[in-house]
Design a protein around this ligand. Structure first.
Ligand SMILES: [Zn+2]
Ligand SMILES: [Zn+2]
Length: 251
């Protein structure tokens, strides 16, 4: 299958579907598509940062592989593709739950995470806003094991596509109730609460793809009502890509 064509097609197609669903079933009525920070998030974070970091992380993992030669052992190469995908999906999802939870409880790590919480109009695009150091850390830890253990290149592309679509989904401004499924699969119903202004910095609902971790480790929060708003209580948090980046290093 031509994943080089299919992957961007799925990502762009999902964007249109989610934007249409946001218009039809809004969780927070009145949010605009071209909300404040829209172009910063699309161009600064979504295109420029993703391109630079994608290349940087690819180079870093290449160096790591050249130094260790691990991928030549093909440790998971014989596994069926679905099993490789499932394994790396669950493994990374548990890692990201634990790291994300730590980011909310460690002053230094919070500084590289607060940009992600600064969006006031949480929507399909809000997930793109993440500090480069956060992405550099998380995506190196995500993709290095896949390459070093010899996962199929297709699995790497599929996983990256699932990440992109799922990231848009959990932030989307869609009023969806999935009932018992929300105990297993994460969605906007719980992740929008993670961005709620009244509890953002203390933190609840740290899961990304599988909500299981929150229910298992006692951090799930799913009240019947909706949050009062989204974003940071720190009103000084700046606008614009560069200033948001530098804010992490303030004295
Ligand atoms: Zn968070
Ligand atoms: Zn988020």
């Amino acid at each position: 299958m031509r994943w080089d064509i299919l992957a961007p097609a799925i990502t762009i197609g999902s964007t249109f579907v989610l934007v249409a669903l946001e218009r039809r079933f809004p969780y927070t009525p009145g949010q605009r598509l071209l909300r404040p920070g829209f172009f910063t998030d699309v161009i600064g974070y979504g295109i420029v940062q993703s391109w630079i970091l994608g290349n940087t992380i690819g180079w870093l993992i290449g160096r790591l592989d050249a130094a260790t030669g691990l991928s030549r052992l093909h440790l998971v190469s014989a596994w069926p593709m679905w099993l490789q995908l499932l394994f790396f999906l669950v493994e990374h999802d548990l890692y990201i739950y634990l790291f994300h939870r730590w980011q909310h409880h460690n002053a230094f790590l919070w500084r590289i995470h607060e940009a992600h919480h600064s969006v006031k109009d949480v929507d399909w695009l809000a997930g793109a806003r993440s500090h480069s150091l956060e992405i550099l850390t998380n995506q190196t830890i995500e993709f290095a094991p896949m390459v070093l253990l010899g996962a199929s290149p297709e699995v790497v592309v599929i996983k990256a596509t699932v990440d992109a679509v799922w990231g848009m989904w959990i932030h989307s401004n869609i009023d969806v109730r999935t009932g018992w499924l929300q105990r297993i699969v994460n969605g906007p119903e719980m992740h929008r609460w993670h961005h709620a202004i009244e509890i953002t910095e203390g933190g609840i609902n740290f899961s990304t793809k599988l909500a299981i971790w929150d229910w298992l480790f006692g951090t799930a929060h799913l009240p019947a009502h909706k949050p009062a708003g989204f974003g940071l209580t720190d009103e000084r948090f700046p606008t614009g890509y560069l200033r948001q980046h530098l804010y992490a290093f303030r004295s």
